[in-house]
Design a protein around this ligand. Structure first.
Ligand SMILES: [Fe+2]
Length: 125
């Protein structure tokens, strides 16, 4: 486990702590065996649901609230889609999604959206 890469830290404790937690689960999920995969994927989805809800609770009055929430919603729908695949025996699709897409999604979302939210929260003081 290498922990959340430095370039993915936004410098705001609340957001960085949630991202550390996501990253640790994500790193375990990437190397999970077939037998462990679904339970761990469920943990990732549960974490992500809570993580998004906590982030959204900090968006009162935030100009990009709608777009940010839409991205969260799409990401969760995608996770549920691949969870469904995994549970119906198509583990390969879910594993490919985790390896090839989920990390990139997180990185892009973090750099475009969460870092902007952190900036606004910091200004708010
Ligand atoms: Fe976010």
């Amino acid at each position: 486990m290498s922990g959340l890469p430095n370039e993915l830290k936004v410098g705001l404790e609340s957001i960085d702590a949630r991202h550390e937690e996501f990253w640790a689960l994500f790193e375990r999920l990437k190397v999970a065996s077939d037998a462990e995969f679904i339970a761990l994927f469920e943990e990732v989805v549960e974490h992500t649901k809570a993580h998004f809800a906590q982030e959204e609770a900090d968006m009162e009055g935030y100009a990009n609230k709608y777009e940010h929430e839409q991205e969260h919603k799409k990401a969760l729908e995608e996770m549920w889609y691949f969870m469904d695949k995994a549970k119906s025996g198509k583990l390969f699709f879910a594993k490919a999604y985790v390896k090839d897409r989920l990390g990139d999604w997180f990185r892009t979302h973090l750099l475009n959206m969460d870092s902007d939210l952190a900036r606004v929260i910091r200004l708010r003081g």
